[in-house]
Design a protein around this ligand. Sequence first.
Ligand code: PEP
Ligand code: CO
Length: 448
Amino acid sequence: MENLWTPESWQKHTAMQQPNWPDAESYEKILQEISHYPPLVFAGEARALKTQLAEAAQGNGFVIQGGDCAETFAEFKADAIRDKLKILLQMAVVLTYGASCNVVKVGRIAGQFAKPRSADLENRNGEKLPSYRGDAVNDIDFTKKSRTPNPKRMLRTYNQSAATLNLLRAFTKGGFADLNKVHLWNQEFIASSPQGKKYEEIATSIDDALTFMKAVGINSDNTTALHLTEFFTSHEALLLGYEHALTRQDSITGKWYNCSAHFLWIGDRTRQPDGAHVEFLSGVGNPIGLKAGSSISPDELLTLCEKLNPENEFGRLSLITRFGADEIRKSLPPLVQAVKENGKNVLWICDPMHGNTYKSQSGFKTRHFDTILEELEHFFAIHRAEGTIPGGVHFELTGDNVTECLGGARKISDTDLESRYETACDPRLNNEQSLELAFLVTDLLRSK
Ligand code: PEP
Ligand code: CO
């Protein structure tokens, strides 16, 4: 009866987690400007991703979604972008080779600049300033000027996203993601580690297979699948003004698409069924994600499935669960059962990062590799027990050699954290920890 979605209909709903922009006029002017900028992605690409997600939801493929918790203006460097792509490609190869399935590659990149926060204000020694909400909104420095939301930052967000995407497209379409380059993705600093060596073995086997295929006439020139070119972008659709300004009508289908990324998700703090975020994403044609933590009930989840995927299409809705290694055992089964019993077609993805964050003794926000793995193990076990499909993983990671998460093969300890703790928000797996997890996820995928 009501379904009167328009690109503006979200404005009649309550939007949580929006910045208090001090100057409404300049905010509106900037959004106007962005609304005339070219789209960053195209509807056809979003549809291609949706098709792949639909396959993964039915057990024909597996999704890796990963990247920074928050991209920053300071870390805007070709090498950093390339290294993030490298680690995601490496992880994809490990999974494709080990579990013999198509891996859908989705970066948390080229648009992941806005963060929800638990409090509006941050208090340091009695001084209260607006919380850091991501580089799209304000600066992380704790001064009044830096922390005041500045809408001009959305222009920079658009420009950095465009340039990042341009580089990703050049890398993936220009041959860098070709399977003949598998050795190139192994970065020097991990090549000698046990993970790096294990990876080299796979890369060598792939080389052998490619040599054989070449001998029988199959090569990169005549077989596009060898290029591994498909790489998609995603971010949390948090700043609704910005997302709205990049939402355009597709000339082929007449449908509206959010052209700021291929895949957008709704965060755990903004998923109120009557809220503006749910309203906004309910009407765009992109494949979308919904983060679900321990506060969601089966009924609420079903309501959200109906609202976000009324036609019950495969590939449209991914449920990205993030409970924590203990909580998942209690909270995931009732959700899976409700979704199954009500015949809702979804793709289940595990985010083992956000329910496992804590402050270590040394005062750093961190996560332990073992706890991350434990949540993944429960995720696979629960889906196997329920007869549903564990369809993907969602990681916060970087291609750099940072020290933000504890554990892993190098046993990063609390006292190591300070040596390269560089994240602007949540702790990320480093390159080696990410590759190690890819091997472990492969084992989980194989142990059906
Ligand atoms: C995130 O993915 O960085 C995030 C804030 O997640 P969630 O909404 O699940 O807390
Ligand atoms: Co995060």
